[in-house]
Design a binder for this molecule. Sequence first.
Ligand SMILES: NC(=O)c1ccc[n+]([C@@H]2O[C@H](COP(=O)([O-])OP(=O)(O)OC[C@H]3O[C@@H](n4cnc5c(N)ncnc54)[C@H](OP(=O)(O)O)[C@@H]3O)[C@@H](O)[C@H]2O)c1
Length: 296
Amino acid sequence: YAFPHIPGMDCSGIVVNVGSSVERLKVGDAVYGNMGYGNAFAEYVRADESLFALKPANLSFAEAAAVPLAGETAYEALFQQGEITRDSKVFICGGPTGVGLFGIQLAKAVGAHIACTSSSRNMDTVKKLGYNATENVSEVMKPNNDDLLVIDYTKYNFGEILHHQNYDVVFDCVGGQEQWESAQQILKAGGRFITIVGDDPHSNLTVKNIVTMGAGVINRKFWSLVGQEPSYIFHILKHDYRHLDDMRVNYIETGKMKSIIDHVYDFYNLKELHEMYDRSKSGKAQGKMVAQIIKD
Ligand SMILES: NC(=O)c1ccc[n+]([C@@H]2O[C@H](COP(=O)([O-])OP(=O)(O)OC[C@H]3O[C@@H](n4cnc5c(N)ncnc54)[C@H](OP(=O)(O)O)[C@@H]3O)[C@@H](O)[C@H]2O)c1
């Protein structure tokens, strides 16, 4: 980043002005969107129309601001890369991550069978989604759309627990080589492993790391092409307002998807902003964190 830098990616608010080529949105519209690489933490933002869509009417501005990045990432990974349907079996590494919480809801919304990892600390976070969260594997194998199988990753390896269970998609929101290794034990032939993190959850985007990561991805893609391994897909979010529109109309406003908020912080209180960043960096957030500039 070049300094001075305004952080923040997701935001929601009301359109106060539009350029002459803006066609979809108008002054007064309540909108939500993602600014890309910053500039969202401000009273006023200026962005390309393609990054924003109408805000879901049933969400507050704070709840709506929690959706774009994580929601769109889950949407693209599961629907575009995973092509999941009601017949799919989906496993999410990191159910209680910000992305995972939306992923669970989207998979549930299409009627897929869904299982995920969570720590016992986060069982309550997952339960906020309202499904019948259970750690009992045999119970979940019965078809019931309210069931959500949750495996405590601090005690069990999901690859061993669900060995040969023929999952169609493993969506990795956690990262680390162990997710890929366990996933191979549960995916069916031709199944897809979709990661948004890769082997090293802590790596910075240096040229060396990108080259190493690229070589690893190519190697796994080769073995999946010759039929020896499941497909390995590294997904990076591509913003598209049509995804936000589709999430609003078909999932959020129909009550199938909501934001799970860890905490709403006061934007004008520096101590609170520090706390928000510390919590984000700790990797212990239990849902999304929001900095509120104007109260709903
Ligand atoms: N490629 C892309 O376009 C893209 C887009 C968005 C995000 N990402 C990446 O996706 C990852 C997830 O981001 P996020 O913001 O959604 O995460 P997050 O909300 O920060 O995730 C934190 C939560 O994950 C839990 N957790 C950690 N390890 C876990 C495991 N093995 N199984 C289950 N839960 C686990 C933590 O609790 P416990 O410690 O108690 O388990 C904590 O509650 C990040 O690495 C982020 O950079 C990539």
